[in-house]
Design a binder for this molecule. Structure first.
Ligand code: CA
Length: 453
């Protein structure tokens, strides 16, 4: 119930009938319930911070009217302009309400999809545009209530927050005259969605996208490889699974096939055996020796419903460098075109210096043509490596959603230096001595089509 005089001329009411609050610049902190004694009398848009003058009737509300710790209580005066209005219009059994109006001045910005939303207690109101930067809204509020008032200025019809003013305010007991709040101190810096240090409002004014940090122009590289054969690393598909034939059960002994002259001079020795039962479970042991290069594999293969799991150790030695890699790897067939690749690797390399690493991968692969291989197309890799000397610790994450065009690689060295770039492809194993541009599918991808599946 708005007095006619209020509706007609809200700005011309006498000072005695108006209590005006200028919002302090504490916006963006919704939890800030402290109240500053900056209530001013009169229709002030200046942001002055005078305390409540003595001319405001103290009325009957016992709450303190000033002081840093006290909530701001807006107590409509029982002015001569509106005598006994309260008694005349309020049913005796209705909870008393106070007509409250808000005059809002937002930061200057032009758009045809602006919105100003006011939240006070459980009330949410959309303000009406008056002109230029001026907005207003009014409603009835329960008397004798203290709530947090938050006014938010949006673009994009509410999608892009630009500024906020927020503080605790209270409405007093008597509904004899409207109360006017002036809201004109907005904080714009709290809204920076892309976290580039430039507020959403400043970005819109400058014509940049407030959701995209344009300062980040990442390099796009060709590949990131989970493992590099040049560094003595391995792939379960290339080094374990591919050694097995399709026969089940499989009782196979590895022997040297080399008949070359070089092998005669420097014999290539291959030995070992694969013992895989009719269900697909079994062991693989394998030794390869071509001086000075030696590789040893001992691994256990377990088949469950739609998955092949390997757990094993791959060791290699070459000219004084040695590598030992423990791996657990599970490839689960999801459908004819899709497989999941889950792997955890612990590796240690020693030679000139020692490097230890752990790599965890959870990837989704898509079938490559009609081959038995899948290429990673989405997922997450997390790798940590520690290198002496200097205790160099590098943490790398590689991530891609299925719809992303690239994998995003982030490396953090010793918690300080961050390097970030994109890659077009994630490889399982980068073949030794072969350029990245020459893909070796048997190394780069993983086996996702198994006998008897
Ligand atoms: Ca920004």
């Amino acid at each position: 119930m708005k007095p006619a005089s209020y509706i007609a001329t809200p700005h011309l009411m006498s000072a005695a009938a108006l209590i005006v609050m200028t919002m302090a610049g504490c916006a963006g902190s919704d939890t800030d319930n402290t109240v500053i004694g900056d209530t001013v009398i009169g229709d002030s848009m200046t942001g002055n911070t005078a305390t409540v003058p003595d001319t405001v009737p103290a009325a009957s509300d016992p709450a303190p009217m000033s002081g840093e710790q006290a909530p701001l209580v807006i107590q409509p005066p029982t002015s001569v302009d509106a005598p006994a209005l309260n008694d005349a219009v309020l049913p005796s059994n209705a909870p008393p309400t106070v007509p409250v109006s808000f005059d809002i001045t937002v930061p200057a910005f032009q758009s045809d999809s602006l919105r100003v939303t006011l939240v006070w207690g459980d009330k949410t109101l959309n303000a009406d545009w008056v002109g230029d930067e001026y907005w207003s809204v009014s409603d009835e509020f329960p008397a004798n209530t203290e709530q947090l008032l938050t006014v938010t200025f949006y673009d994009g019809n509410g999608d892009i927050a630009l500024a906020r003013a927020s503080r605790a305010v209270a409405v007093g007991a008597n509904a004899t005259a409207p109360v006017l709040f002036i809201v004109d101190r907005f904080d714009t810096q709290a809204f920076d969605d892309d976290r580039d240090g430039i507020s959403n409002l400043d970005e819109l004014i400058a014509g940049t996208d407030p959701f995209v940090d344009d300062s980040v122009q990442l390099e796009v590289k060709l590949v990131y490889a989970l493992a590099a054969e040049d560094e003595g690393q391995m792939s379960v598909s290339a080094d374990f699974e591919s050694l097995l034939g399709t026969d089940r059960p499989l009782m196979s002994t590895f022997e040297s096939q080399s008949e070359s002259m070089a092998a005669t001079v420097n014999p290539e020795v291959i030995s070992g055996e694969a013992m895989i039962d009719s269900l697909g479970n079994g062991t693989l042991s394998y030794n390869y020796l071509l001086q000075p290069h030696r590789i040893t594999i001992n691994a256990l293969r377990t088949r469950s419903n739609q998955a092949i799991a390997w757990e094993g150790v791959h060791s290699s030695h070459n000219n004084g460098f040695s590598h030992r890699i423990s791996v657990k790897n599970t490839v689960t067939v999801i459908d004819e075109q899709t497989a999941a690749f889950a792997e955890s690797v612990t590796g240690r390399s020693s030679g000139t210096y020692i490097t230890e690493w752990e790599t965890t991968s959870n990837l989704t692969g898509k079938r490559v043509g009609d081959s038995s291989l899948c290429e990673p197309v989405a997922g997450l890799v997390s790798a940590t490596s520690r290198t002496d000397p200097g205790n160099l610790v590098t943490v790398t994450t590689v991530v891609k959603e299925i719809d992303d065009p690239y994998w995003r690689v982030v490396t953090v060295t010793n918690n300080t230096t961050t390097k970030e770039y994109f890659v077009r492809r994630l490889l399982i194993l980068q073949s030794a001595g072969i350029p990245v541009s020459t893909l070796v599918p048997e190394d780069a991808f993983f086996i996702c089509d198994f006998p008897e599946f």
